[in-house]
Write a protein that binds this ligand. Structure first.
Ligand code: SF4
Length: 280
């Protein structure tokens, strides 16, 4: 039987690179995992993590069927029995303890998994519960900022890397993370293209990262002083009358308060604390 090749998406990060997975139908083995040159975003790019799909699929510890604990071991049960037992158990806890007794833990990947995206609202609608996830650790401040600024935690602006001519990066390392949340795979190509069209890349990070190494300018700020540097930048924008909201003025609130808030954070004042010179 000839080998078959199928287009798939890498599920390991938000970049969701296109893959061409070649398999042997006779043995069920994956023969190769390569980048799909026809995928419009990744255009054939994949990082090393994509090769881990084979290990994920073939892991002997991977659970593919419902298991019921019996003492120190597990026995296989049917999906019908598993779902019935789960529903009975969850209802019992909800009747006894209310919503506070129920919790959902959502692992990664979530935001780039269609099953989770489509199924989670239905699950939470049917069974309200406390939910924690990998995002509880690394993304909730971002969600809170979006909720306060844009009215919805899921509204997360991402840079238009393909078209910007000035890319300022705070504390991210897309040469390694591959754009992740930006959904822009193959950052090496995109950053190279930015500079080839005359754009400028500036990286602010306490560590000289792989992205800092290829930047036009690298600012090594003191750990934990990001907010001060940002206050200094906003102060400068107001001081040099570069704040021009244009049509956004009609839907913006608090611009005057922001100006008042940053009044004391001149670049010369924050320089000592951030380690970044005022002229930089
Ligand atoms: S950047 Fe790597 S991990 Fe992320 S989707 Fe692409 S191949 Fe997968």
């Amino acid at each position: 039987m000839p080998e078959i090749t199928r287009p798939r998406l890498c599920p390991f990060c938000e970049s969701s690179c296109g893959l061409l997975v070649k398999a042997d139908p006779a043995s069920g083995e994956i023969v190769s995992i390569k980048g799909d040159p026809d995928h419009p975003a990744s255009r054939g790019f994949v990082c090393a993590k994509s090769q881990g799909l084979r290990g994920l699929r073939d892991d002997p510890d991977r659970i593919t069927k419902p298991l019921l604990r019996q003492g120190d071991s597990f026995v296989e049960i049917s999906w019908d029995e598993a779902l019935t037992r789960a529903a009975e158990g969850l209802n019992r806890i909800r009747d006894r303890d209310g919503i506070a007794g129920l919790g959902i833990y959502l692992g990664n990947p979530g935001a780039h998994n269609a099953g989770v995206m489509l199924g989670m609202p239905a699950l939470l609608g049917a069974m309200p519960a406390l939910m924690v996830s990998a995002a509880s650790i690394d993304s909730f401040p971002r969600f809170l900022a979006s909720l306060m600024m844009y009215g919805n935690q899921a509204r997360i602006p991402v840079p238009d890397v393909e078209h910007t001519d000035f890319f300022l990066i705070f504390g991210a390392n897309p040469m390694v993370s591959n754009g992740s949340m930006m959904g822009a795979p193959d950052m090496p190509r995109r950053l190279k293209a930015l500079r080839e069209r005359g754009g400028k890349l500036v990286v602010v990070d306490p560590r000289r990262t792989e992205t800092a190494a290829i930047a036009d300018q690298y600012l090594a700020l003191r750990p934990g002083s990001d907010a001060l540097l940002l206050l200094g930048i906003i102060h400068t924008l107001f001081a040099e009358q570069l704040v021009k909201p244009g049509r956004l003025a009609a839907i913006s609130r608090g611009v005057e308060q922001l100006q008042t808030l940053v009044a004391d954070y001149a670049p010369e004042r924050v320089a000592d604390l951030t380690g970044v010179e005022a002229n930089d």
